[in-house]
Write a new protein. Structure first.
Length: 288
């Protein structure tokens, strides 16, 4: 636990110094969505000259990455963190020639995008089904939270952290909402519309995720957490896999969870209808 105080101070200092306007962030995410739709990176004027670009945590030349390919997008959703000067965008391309679901985290320095981290999922990735992802996401309400009902960023972040802390400590209390639904790759935990708490299904009990990175939007009541998920792809043992979990938090309770997980080998070495845990496998019913 040594260095915890200095590291906390550094994090707080970075948070304060990184603040930027919501208008700036929105303009950048709009540029990003437009560039991905057209495949024209040159139209993405917010990019810094010293850009760091990765796909599934592998460094890549942006000119050869997925952003250089025109993709017909069916839906996009962005959140904007004015405190950390960061954004997250979810792209669903179910009807494209090559279907994708993509999550992209962007970081800014001096009003320019200096880091892009994309998790690019397609056929063979964890539970991938872009048609299912689009269907279930389109039925959900991700409108801005009314101002008088918004949670603080601390409450929103704590909800996401509790979910992952529960992975290694079953005594952790997760603020599940009722209803609550989780969308993974295209599989939905409330596909029968029960309206119950179906997020608490197939949650590991002895897994420690790594390298959490956050984007928090109080207006949307959302935190997206990028992390490494060990054991997700059983073909590579405990090597952490690139993963994004986006949590919608309403009045302190988790309402929706959207996940994106990249595999090294098709299906992560699991049957495509099974959520992995270290001790058991829980099969989902899929009605799409």
């Amino acid at each position: 636990m040594f260095q915890s105080i200095p590291l906390t101070c550094l994090w707080l200092a970075a948070s304060v110094s990184a603040e930027c306007s919501r208008a700036l962030l929105r303009d950048a995410t709009e540029q990003y969505v437009s560039a991905q739709s057209s495949g024209q990176i040159a139209t993405f004027k917010a990019l810094a000259t010293n850009l760091s670009y990765t796909e599934n945590e592998k460094p890549l030349d942006i000119k050869t990455g997925v952003l250089s390919q025109p993709i017909k997008l069916d839906q996009n959703l962005s959140i904007h963190d004015t405190t950390l000067c960061a954004t997250f965008t979810q792209l669903i391309a179910a009807n494209a020639e090559h279907p994708y679901v993509i999550g992209t985290r962007m970081l800014f320095t001096d009003d320019k995008v200096t880091t892009i981290e994309s998790i690019v999922t397609d056929q063979g990735d964890w539970l991938f089904n872009a048609t299912g992802y689009l269907h279930w996401a389109s039925l959900e309400n991700w409108d801005p939270i009314p101002e008088d009902k918004r949670d603080s960023r601390e409450v929103i972040k704590a909800a996401g952290d509790a979910y992952f802390d529960r992975f290694k400590n079953t005594s952790v209390s997760v603020p599940w909402g009722t209803p609550c639904a989780r969308l993974e790759g295209g599989a939905y935990t409330d596909n029968n519309g029960t309206g119950g708490n179906t997020c608490n299904l197939g949650v590991p009990s002895n897994t420690t995720v790594t390298n959490r990175r956050y984007v928090i939007d109080e207006e949307m009541g959302v935190v997206d957490i990028y992390l490494g998920f060990p054991g997700l792809d059983r073909t590579v043992g405990d090597e952490p896999m690139p993963d994004s979990h986006m949590f919608r938090v309403e009045e302190g309770k988790i309402r929706y969870i959207h996940t994106l997980s990249s595999c090294v080998n098709p299906g992560c070495g699991f049957n495509s209808t099974i959520i992995p845990t270290r001790r058991r496998q829980i099969r989902l019913t899929r009605n799409f």
